[in-house]
Write a protein that binds this ligand. Structure first.
Ligand SMILES: [Zn+2]
Length: 263
């Protein structure tokens, strides 16, 4: 990882928001769900420990408590086109594209989903825009609804100072939602909802992998990707993929009784 990682919490601290108002807006049930995710006593009361956790920036408050069981893309449509339109992200177009490619390739190397990047928001099954988001939310994403004609919207915050690795981490997390992952309370998983833990995960953790392989089977070999525009940080990108692949533990093959990887 780049040395930028060590400076990220300071960037978060520049973001001001009202944690008590956020807790009130979440509502009792969602606050209890949030406390459960954060391994706090789920009493639905915004006490000091809960406020401390709320001050940490995390993803996608709306998805707390609203996730369907086994949200996933059906196995008959694992080619999922993604597209984004980021007009205001400060890091530059080539870095944004590189962050997306990192995120999509990481999931492609984790399970049998086949995520590709396109330009047409209307044609994409996962489409993302950016804009100012309230409270501590960095980004949000809907979950798939077990149907091939689903279209999933995402939004990324414009009130934060992004850089490539930080943006890639958040895109990784949000694409995780878009392929069916709910939040995890294991900090080793990308789906841990807070990004302020140190060190935060940049690679799929055991929870991420086991769920996705159950949904989509083991990864297939995707076609080579074109280099990112400008060719910047290609070495880093390769190392990133190599790490993602080396972390992957292939599941045992199905037994002779005809076991099926797909639920
Ligand atoms: Zn999330």
């Amino acid at each position: 990882m780049s040395s930028d990682e060590n400076t990220m919490p300071a960037k978060f601290d520049t973001i001001k928001f009202d944690a008590e108002a956020t807790a009130k807006n979440l509502g009792h049930a969602n606050l209890k769900a949030f406390q459960t995710w954060m391994s706090l006593e789920p009493d639905g009361v915004a006490g000091p420990k809960t406020i401390t956790k709320l001050i940490s920036r995390f993803c996608s408050m709306p998805d707390f408590g609203n996730a369907p069981e086994d949200a996933q893309w059906p196995t008959s449509c694992l080619d999922v086109l993604c597209a984004y339109a980021f007009d205001q992200v400060n890091v530059g177009a080539s870095v944004v594209r590189e962050a997306w490619l990192m995120a999509l390739e990481t999931w492609n190397h984790t399970c049998g989903i086949r995520l590709t990047l396109g330009n047409d928001l209307n044609a994409a099954k996962v489409w993302a825009t950016d804009g100012p988001l309230p409270g501590s939310t960095l980004a949000w994403s809907f979950l798939p609804q077990n149907r091939c004609d689903d279209r999933i919207e995402q939004r990324y915050d414009t009130l934060v100072t992004w850089d490539r690795d930080f943006l890639a981490k958040v895109i990784l997390h949000e694409i995780g939602h878009a392929i069916g992952l709910e939040h995890s309370n294991n900090q080793a998983d990308i789906m841990y909802p807070s990004i302020s833990s140190s060190p935060y995960s940049t690679y799929p953790g055991p929870g991420d992998k086991s769920t996705l392989v159950r949904y989509y089977g083991p990864p297939t070999t995707p076609p080579p990707l074109p280099p990112p525009p400008g060719g910047s940080n290609v070495k880093h990108f390769s190392e990133y993929l190599a790490k993602a692949c080396s972390d992957y533990d292939p599941p045992a093959p199905p037994d002779d009784s005809g076991g099926n990887l797909f639920p």
